[in-house]
Design a protein around this ligand. Sequence first.
Ligand SMILES: Nc1nc2c(ncn2[C@@H]2O[C@H](COP(=O)(O)OP(=O)(O)OP(=O)(O)O)[C@@H](O)[C@H]2O)c(=O)[nH]1
Ligand SMILES: [Mg+2]
Length: 486
Amino acid sequence: MIPTALRQTGANFRIPIMDDRIICAIATAPGRGSIGVLRISGNSLAGMAASLLGFRPAPRRAHFCDFLDEHGAILDRGIALFFPAPNSFTGEDVLELQGHGGRVVLESLRDRALALGARAARPGEFSERAFLNGKMDLVQAEAIADLIDADSRQAARSAIRTLTGDFSLRIQELTALLTQLRVQTESAIDFSDSDIEVLQWEELRQSLAGIIERLDRIHAQSRQGALLNQGITVVLAGLPNAGKSSLMNCLSGQQTAIVTPIPGTTRDVLSQRILVDDLPLQLIDTAGLRESGDVIEREGVNRARGAIETADVILLVIDSTLFPDRGEGLGANDLRQALRPLEEFLQNSEDRGDVLRRTSLVLNKTDLLPLPPAAEQTRIDGIELALIRLCARDGSGIDLLTNHLKTFVAFAGGEDAFVARARHLEAIEEAREQCRAATENLTAQSPLELIAEDLRLAQAALGRITGEVTSDDLLGEIFSRFCIGK
Ligand SMILES: Nc1nc2c(ncn2[C@@H]2O[C@H](COP(=O)(O)OP(=O)(O)OP(=O)(O)O)[C@@H](O)[C@H]2O)c(=O)[nH]1
Ligand SMILES: [Mg+2]
């Protein structure tokens, strides 16, 4: 009997393409450019290529030629490249026409391809076909989109690492190790009555410990990649006039938010993306937290609440001049008072502990007190809080805040990071949980069937990363976020 582990793995499971019509898209960014590319992919493209070019292009040769309309008139002149299946990006026949980068000329070329029977490609459809045809796995396909969207060189480097297959290889190695373990375990179930060598419990436990260690490592690298790729959301909250908008402007180096001495200046949620040493921060400036009779301000405060609930980090900005005599630092009561605007908002909320764990205090306007900028760690009612004193007006102490943010989310610079997304991290965490459960079952000498099931679930979680086990819905969701023509 073949153990289930072998029957379920190793097969390069691919979903058949439901719609195999020829697709086309302008692959270069909209706007003027010296070169514009029309990309066409499908089965049996040779006929369409002959109609567009007036001859059958040779495989993988650069032809400098005319691109023709239905009457043989020249639409544009450029380079045609033909990649017959299966040695192409999508695994199908691919024709690329590199012409001039003007909107009208490219649209005429695209319309010509449409008239010849192609349909407009959906965003990410070329990459989706490449995945479905087994040219790359899901993480590699996602890495293409991440490379295009990279905010920093480090993010681009980590996307390249994933694109070239490093991350997939690690996942495959782990999957292979899990397969071995499953085979060992399931063989022992199947043949437990025969005289086949009895499963070595200790050996199994050691192998599992090794796998968990590898999962820890890859999780850390992927987390760095996810930080480089997606960054963190930082919301600036606090009482009116505390200096939230000034802090936003100081961090971004731009005067995006309006700053005035009038409390209640900011009424909407303002958002700005910045980079701090390659770590992308989505800064969100909010309306001051207070009860207001003004309907616009009330709506602004509601939106501030929404932002606080979902942010990775909440910076509670405080006007230091509210604590004028505390040269030595704030006492427990001061801290409670400083936290009050947030506490009031969190009243009766189940998320209180969670929000406070994501919160740091920024004591602003140090220039008005004899207090130098500083960063310290403090504890209030069992909750660890960072406290950063700075001056948003002239920027002194701002580096203390940015360093704190990097430390707070454990951003290590991403030297050996793999570009990763939340779904990858979740899958790695699930695989790790299942391996831990298997270890506990081993220690308790539970029935082997339970351990085999834990290992199967761990393997399935890893399979979701590379796309070996993936639902159509997830694929649709992933590829729809790509740009058109990719
Ligand atoms: N002296 C001093 N004044 C500051 C500092 N930061 C902000 N201010 C002043 O404080 C006032 C309020 O600043 P804002 O940045 O608009 O405060 P806010 O928290 O966004 O206020 P709302 O939008 O009303 O909630 C302005 O007059 C700023 O110039 C600082 O570090 N030092
Ligand atoms: Mg403001």
